[in-house]
Design a protein around this ligand. Structure first.
Ligand code: ZN
Length: 332
């Protein structure tokens, strides 16, 4: 009964989506962003995107929207020839579960996607936030005493308390410089000795597997620095080295870039937009919400993360996102 109501409810909202995003010059391009696709939801990180969640959303997306490969969508956005309700799927960071869990679902449903990969973690690496997650997950006892490194003392006697500690540590470290963060994480590992998994991120073979399956591979820097807090020379090297490494792996051009973290002003600035244009990327992707239209800046394309698993709400939230004016930095 619930499913029937959901199917009936989807009809008017789908019509609304077609009105807001008709074919041609007035089309909107909705670009979805995912990170991990877990085997099962992770209660510690509250990351609920597992294979069931992901497949449910992609089924709705392919049933009610026109999912296009990113290069085709960008080209048709420029030409004003997008179909109605155009959508693209993207993934950031390069988690191995994208190849292991997401790829089979994408192939089963016959939809393309783009994977933005930070090359510094390929073949056994781990991003700093994932290291913190594993540390907080395995820290023994009921208290985590980080007084020695200026990060306080935390109660970790319940899942909720561990979640709070995790949020605190991620916030504390997120906007430190790469060096500061590196030192603090080394110190954390001295306080909580732990063996970390070496299969969290993609291998070069998995990147090639995605590419061979017709998926697009995009640059996401080497070590995922916050560009706005990194000197220009380092930013340039991070972008170009990431691109070159990926091109070496797939033996094909890497044409698209996604900003680490991706919030305008907070994470990237106008000079970075200009830098990407100059390097020769065809488009770049932020994490500001909204849908792109014909006058959007191709180097600051908005992206959106949906979180509903019932059909009507999923489409309704996509429609709502189409009405948001994406935040951007103005180019000089
Ligand atoms: Zn990222």
């Amino acid at each position: 009964m619930r499913d029937l109501l959901d199917r009936i409810g989807a009809i008017p909202v789908s019509l609304l989506a077609s009105l807001r995003s008709p074919a041609g010059k007035r089309a909107r391009l909705s670009i979805l962003i995912y990170h991990r696709v877990l085997d099962k939801p992770d209660l510690l990180t509250e990351d609920l995107c597992d294979t069931i969640f992901f497949e449910t959303q992609i089924r709705f997306l392919s049933a009610y929207f026109n999912v296009l490969p990113l290069p085709e969508a960008i080209q048709r956005l420029k030409e004003g020839t997008l179909p109605s309700k155009a959508a693209c799927i993207t993934f950031d960071d390069g988690y191995a579960d994208n190849a292991e869990n997401a790829l089979p679902i994408l192939q089963k449903l016959g939809v393309p996607a783009t994977f933005f990969i930070a090359t510094g973690f390929v073949n056994g690496g781990m991003m700093w936030n994932d290291k913190i997650i594993e540390l907080v997950r395995i820290a023994p006892g009921n208290t985590l005493n980080l007084d020695a490194i200026g990060l306080g003392r935390h109660t970790i006697d319940s899942l909720e308390k561990r979640r709070q500690t995790l949020t605190f540590l991620i916030q504390e470290l997120k906007y430190r410089t790469l060096e500061e963060r590196h030192v603090l994480i080394e110190q954390l590992f001295q306080l909580i000795p732990a063996t970390l998994p070496d299969n969290l991120m993609m291998t070069a073979d998995q990147i090639r597997q995605l590419h061979r399956a017709g998926m697009e591979i995009g640059d996401h820097t080497v070590s995922h620095p916050i560009l706005a807090r990194t000197d220009d020379e380092t930013v340039y090297a991070e972008i170009v080295d990431g691109k070159t490494k990926l091109e070496d792996i797939i033996q094909a051009p890497v044409r698209f870039f996604a900003y680490p973290n991706g919030k305008p002003r907070q994470d990237y600035l106008a000079k970075h937009v200009a830098m990407l244009r100059e390097i020769g990327f065809e488009a770049a992707f932020a994490t500001a919400w909204g849908a792109a239209c014909c006058d959007s800046d191709l180097y600051q394309m908005p992206r959106f993360t949906p979180w509903d698993t019932d059909r009507t709400r999923f489409i309704l939230r996509m429609v709502h996102n189409m009405f948001r004016a994406p935040d951007t930095v103005s180019e000089q």
